[in-house]
Design a binder for this molecule. Structure first.
Ligand code: AMP
Length: 319
């Protein structure tokens, strides 16, 4: 499949690289890395990385303006379903390639490379570059490392396999990647966010089934001078708490007129419930966008019921 993907890349003069709405480091880094690699390999091609960015990740590089291109190859990264593609003109692509590590949702009717065992889309690109004539340099390697280390949550998830470590080892050997700089870029944060994290720790509720949740209204976010994405970005910091099996952060986002939900789990598979609420994601890491707090309360109660069933099954199996 990698050879087929390379052949398509070679064929087109205009290539647009898109990814999912609600940008995150794996989506953005994979997009920028692939753009740079194609440009390095084929300097004459017009390659565009499109979608809404975030100033938080500006250290990774710049995106291109969304335009209506003609006769173009569209490469969609890190996105399992069409409704989440962050490029308005995706339907007019001459050919589409999807490269993703989410569980399959729908076919884009082009070339599909899905590896839901991969830690990240950047991990898949590491392999794509190694197995084809696509070129790489220090900056591309750094971008790929940003995405991989973010989506694997610093190699904490089971999605970090021997293949992941092999690929990382090859890239660390071949390119100049300064790890401490990468971690500073990814994890340095303002004190106000740490204070907001303290607020969440003190105020989250925990159900009898070990589901922790907090609903952050715009007033609370404003009080901490944080923005609506801040709380969601710290969701992984609530891992490894003995009494908590699943945790949910609900944030009111007045600017976009919706309610953001971030969900993480140490056991129950939560993505089907996220899908029921206009969201999705991985089995243990999902998100959703809702239109009301009431909907968020329903989602929390569905997750609590799922967790209760999970605990009962676990206890039954371990009798
Ligand atoms: P997050 O909590 O935003 O870090 O997202 C965790 C995972 O869920 C990622 O794989 C996201 O792509 C996915 N995800 C987040 N929000 C949504 C959504 N509204 N719809 C579908 N998938 C989502």
């Amino acid at each position: 499949m990698f050879k087929k993907i390379f052949k398509e890349i070679k064929k087109y003069n205009t290539i647009v690289i898109a990814r999912h709405i609600g940008v995150d480091p794996d989506a953005l880094a994979s997009q920028l890395a692939l753009k740079e690699s194609i440009k390095l390999t084929f300097p004459k091609k017009n390659v565009y990385a499109v979608g809404n960015g975030s100033s938080k990740f500006s250290y990774m590089g710049k995106l291109d303006k969304q335009e209506d291109f003609n006769n173009f190859l569209l490469i969609v990264l890190d996105t399992p379903d069409k409704k989440r593609i962050d490029y308005h003109n995706y339907k007019n692509a001459t050919q589409i390639i999807k490269i993703d590590h989410h569980p399959f949702i729908e076919d884009f009717n082009g070339l599909e490379y899905i590896d839901d065992k991969a830690s990240s889309t950047c991990e898949i690109l590491m392999e794509l570059i190694l197995k084809t004539k696509l070129k790489c340099n220090d900056n591309i390697a750094k971008l790929l490392y940003y995405g991989l280390v973010s989506d694997s949550n610093r190699f904490l998830f089971d999605s970090s396999t021997s293949k992941t470590f092999n690929l990382v080892s090859i890239y660390l050997n071949n390119y100049n990647i300064k790890l401490s700089n990468i971690y500073t870029d990814l994890y340095l944060r303002p004190l106000k966010e740490v204070r907001l994290q303290g607020y969440i720790s003190l105020n989250m509720k925990v159900t009898d089934n070990g589901v922790a949740y907090i609903i952050l209204t715009n007033d609370i976010i404003t009080k901490f001078k944080a923005d609506s994405a801040s709380a969601g970005n710290m969701i992984n910091n609530f891992n490894f708490i003995d009494e908590i099996l699943v945790w949910i952060i609900v944030t009111e986002d007045l600017k976009n007129n919706n309610i953001r939900v971030n969900i993480r789990s140490r056991g129950p598979e939560i993505n089907k419930i996220a899908e029921k609420y206009n969201g999705g994601g991985h089995t243990l890491a999902s998100g959703a966008r809702l239109s009301s707090i009431k909907e968020a309360e329903n989602l929390i109660s569905d997750i609590d019921y799922l967790t209760e069933k999970y605990i009962r099954r676990y206890e039954h199996e371990n009798k």
